[in-house]
Design a protein around this ligand. Sequence first.
Ligand code: FAD
Length: 310
Amino acid sequence: MPPKHNDFLNALKQAQISYETGLSMAAKTTFRIGGKVQYAAFPSSREELLRLFDLCREADIPCALVGNGSNLLWDDDDFLGCVIFLGNMKSVTVCDDTVCAEAGARLSAVCTAARDAGLSGLSFAYGIPGSVGGAVYMNAGAYDGEVGQNIQSVTCYDLFARKTVTFPKAECAFGYRTSVFAQKRKNAVILGAEWKLAFGDRIQIRDEMEAYIARRREKQPLEYPNAGSAFKRYPGYFTAKLIDEAGLKGYSIGGAQVSEKHAGFIINRGDATANDVRALLSEIEQRIEARYGIQIEPEIRTREDCLLTL
Ligand SMILES: Cc1cc2nc3c(=O)[nH]c(=O)nc-3n(C[C@H](O)[C@H](O)[C@H](O)COP(=O)(O)OP(=O)(O)OC[C@H]3O[C@@H](n4cnc5c(N)ncnc54)[C@H](O)[C@@H]3O)c2cc1C
């Protein structure tokens, strides 16, 4: 290994930042697709994360940020750089009617903490398999709810200004599967979020959550690796219905297939590559445009969307 890399590894060890080399992204994405990454780092505190940014900057190592990898199509080739995972920064606390969570916490952990405290307003999100950071970035949503709707504030590290900034909800620019953090995707690192919720009936909240999970199991192809809805809704249309009507249910390219259970999902039949999925996405876009004259847009994010500018 060249000296620069040995120095980087030594610096990670010295800073006591947990890391791995040669990790396969197929093991870190729900699509089970992706090549190896040179370094994967797992900081366990804000201090470690900021130190990691400094080390990558000093060693001129490209950086990418991944949450739970549940909305991600990671490329097949090796990534020469450092992928940062925030899964060790996962505290969730409840204080009165407010739930605070670090970016690496699972969204489902936030939902269960709210439920246990008898707080309602997040049941819809139970079952969305993302981290708090990824869910806020995407403004993930389901069943008429969106993660951004009850947010009080989001704390973020701005890599350009090199400081921590708290965004009140009004400045988060939440929209359909977007947020100010997605717009600033090269420099905004979400550190945590706070939701202000309403007190409700714990049993009713639990029942709602179970009903939503049951709906997911019934409708979604959870038996295959996937990354959720492949495309965003097009105003006035259900994209899955259009894909189904265009006769694309079950259509496949390589190991990637339009799910027969739910046409809005692309599944990995076992040996799909990122190129298979990309080709399938593009084929669907073209067929929908030819048939309906509208341009649908993927909801799934790519490796490019994870890159940070240090
Ligand atoms: C079976 C299944 C069902 C799904 N159902 C839904 C659904 O109902 N509704 C829905 O909206 N989505 C759904 N999804 C998609 C996915 O779960 C959500 O988009 C989720 O919010 C992504 O979170 P993540 O942590 O996995 O993000 P990732 O996929 O890891 O990353 C997505 C983007 O967020 C960025 N990001 C992650 N963490 C941070 C951070 N801390 N700071 C800044 N940027 C960050 C990444 O760089 C990347 O660009 C589903 C996925 C699956 C597999």
